[in-house]
Structure formats: structure tokens, C-alpha cells
Design a protein around this ligand. Structure first.
Ligand SMILES: [Zn+2]
Length: 322
């Protein structure tokens, strides 16, 4: 089965050709332009044709096309409602844009759901019946698989774990609620809160130097300073990993999953983040569901983007998931 995968990220779009077993034949990336939708459509279709040709295939050889894109989106209509990194884009009919050119059916899902499907189909834990995939970048997202099926929900917002509220009196989230999980552990929110604390307390911390300035503070600088033993960074890292553990614990208690996979920060920070999360989990989840759940970094690493788009295609063609 020849599948075309389109992974639309905030800054880059990757297109690949692969098979239903996750083998990638050819892949290429271009910057995701924030210009007009029409200009992007043109570039994207050209890239799709290029990738098909490079894999020695013809467009009619494709069996299915999968698109993994940032939410919020309407999966049934295949529309990107308002991609966060492309402010000019609104209600982009991405599925129709691609379907106009190719005969093979086009399927769309949000990036976190797509990553959960990729772990289910191609990852180290493939074969499990229940897993959760979590991604922590500027914001945070999740994808939930129960009994081998993705939890899509009636409005495609199933798995939006980043916006379950940990404290209604907590910091304001980009979504408008207070105290969402993302408000405590999403990259943009963490950076903003660190900045505010450093400014208000006139705190001396190596986070600022590592980032190259107060305004450039990010998760990487935060982690690097904490690793080196910076006192402020370490104390904040303790708070940060406690909030991570709180959300993970909630998922364990609600879903009783076999595996929880942490993308991005789990991959980059490894034991430095996973260790404290596991240490703090007993505060938030009972022992037996906790012991039955492996909380580990994503098993697909840097290849997960392309694989997530292939997983959307493979699952769309075989919706039973098994
Ligand atoms: Zn929120």
C-alpha cells in the first residue's frame, strides 16, 4: 500500500511516501509559509508531486493520503480552523485542497492524535490496546487510544488533555480558561511565568544567560540551567515536574492506560524530566494502575512527524484499527 503523508507543522511541512508498516521511501521538508493560503497550496501540491516522482510512483499509485496538522481542526470536513502559527489562516479547507489534485482518499487529524496513532501502529509499544501520547512544545497536546481506537470525541476535541483544569484559580491559559494543564507546562506559558518571576523578584539566574536574554527564555534554557544546579531553576523545575506529574496522574486514574508516551520534552530531557515525574506520581495516582502504566519518552523520536501523517492515512483506510 502506497501512502502519502503530509505533516504540517508551525514552521515546517514534511511530505513523505511510505507503506502501511511505517517504512518511509522518500521524504522532503519545506518551510510552512505564513503567506497566503493559495501560495501555500501551490507549494504543497508541487512538493507532493515531487515526492511521488522521487519514489518512482505515479499519483494514481497512491492508495491513501494522511494529513497531520495543528489543531483546532474539523476532521470530518478536513478544515484547519485557526492554525496558531499562521495568524492569517482561517477555515482552511486543507482536505479539499489536496483532494482536488489526487484521486486517493485524503484523511486529516490533529498532530497529537496523529502521533498517538503513529505510536500505536509503528512504535515500540505497538500492539498495546491503550496508550496516551503527550506533546509539549509551545502549547501542549494529547492523543488517547482506548481499546485500539482513537478517542476523537463528538467535536474532535477528545484528547485535548492540555486544557483540563488543574486549578481554576491558576494562571490564564491561551484558551481563555484558568489553570489548564498547558498553563503550567506548555512552553510559552512556562517561559512567560519564569520571566515574570525573575523580573518581579529581580532574581539572578543562569536561565537568562542560557537563553541569551530575559525575553528569549524558553524551555531549553530552563532545563539547561536546572541541569547545572542553578538554585532558582532547580526550584522551578521541581514545580514544573510536579505539574507534569499531576496531569499524568490524572490520566492514569481516568484511563488506566498501558503506556503514556511523552514527546518533545520527554525525548530531549530524558531522565532529567522523567525521573522527577515518576517520583512525584504517587501523589496523584493509585499504586496498581500506576505500576501497570509505563510512563516513557516517545519511542519514535524525530521521525514521528512523517510517521504520524502515514498513520492518519493507514487508519483512515482501515478505521477499525486492527
Ligand atoms: Zn487552556
Amino acid at each position: 500500500m502506497n501512502l502519502l503523508g503530509i505533516d504540517i507543522g508551525g514552521t515546517k511541512t514534511a511530505v513523505c511516501i511510505g507503506h502501511a508498516d511505517g517504512k518511509i521511501l522518500y521524504s522532503k521538508r519545506i518551510p510552512t509559509t505564513s503567506e497566503s493560503v493559495e501560495a501555500y497550496r501551490h507549494q504543497l501540491i508541487e512538493l507532493c508531486h515531487h515526492v511521488v516522482e522521487k519514489a518512482n510512483l505515479r499519483p494514481e499509485d497512491l492508495d491513501g493520503i494522511g494529513i497531520s496538522a495543528p489543531g483546532p481542526l474539523d476532521c470530518k470536513r478536513g478544515v484547519l480552523i485557526a492554525p496558531p502559527n499562521n495568524p492569517g489562516w482561517k477555515d482552511v479547507p486543507i482536505q479539499a485542497m489536496v483532494q482536488k489534485t489526487f484521486k486517493a482518499p485524503v484523511f486529516v487529524n490533529n498532530d497529537a492524535n496523529a502521533c498517538a496513532l503513529a505510536e500505536l501502529l509503528f512504535g515500540a509499544y505497538r500492539g498495546v490496546r491503550s496508550l496516551v501520547y503527550l506533546t509539549f512544545s509551545t502549547g501542549m497536546g494529547g492523543g488517547i487510544i482506548v481499546n485500539g481506537q482513537l478517542i476523537q470525541g463528538v467535536t474532535d476535541t477528545g484528547g485535548e488533555v492540555g486544557h483540563h483544569v488543574l486549578d481554576p484559580e491558576g494562571p490564564l491559559c491561551g484558551c481563555g480558561q484558568r489553570g489548564c494543564w498547558e498553563a503550567y507546562v506548555g512552553g510559552r506559558n512556562v517561559a512567560e511565568q519564569l520571566k515574570a518571576k525573575i523580573k518581579a523578584g529581580n532574581i539572578s539566574t543562569s536561565i537568562v544567560n542560557k537563553a541569551g536574554g530575559l525575553d528569549k527564555i524558553n524551555l531549553q534554557a530552563f532545563e539547561a540551567a536546572a541541569r547545572e544546579g542553578d538554585r532558582f531553576a532547580l526550584a522551578e523545575w521541581d514545580i514544573f515536574t510536579d505539574r507534569l506529574a499531576q496531569g499524568v496522574g490524572n490520566l492514569i486514574m481516568i484511563l488506566n492506560p498501558e503506556v503514556i508516551l511523552m514527546g518533545t520534552i520527554g525525548i530531549h530531557a530524558g531522565d532529567f524530566v522523567m525521573g522527577p515525574i515518576l517520583d512525584k506520581l504517587p501523589k496523584y495516582a493509585w499504586e496498581w494502575p500506576r505500576r501497570a502504566c509505563k510512563v516513557v519518552p516517545s519511542s519514535l523520536g524525530g521521525k514521528i512527524g512523517e510517521l504520524s501523517a502515514l498513520a492518519v492515512a493507514a487508519t483512515g483506510l482501515k478505521p477499525s484499527g486492527g
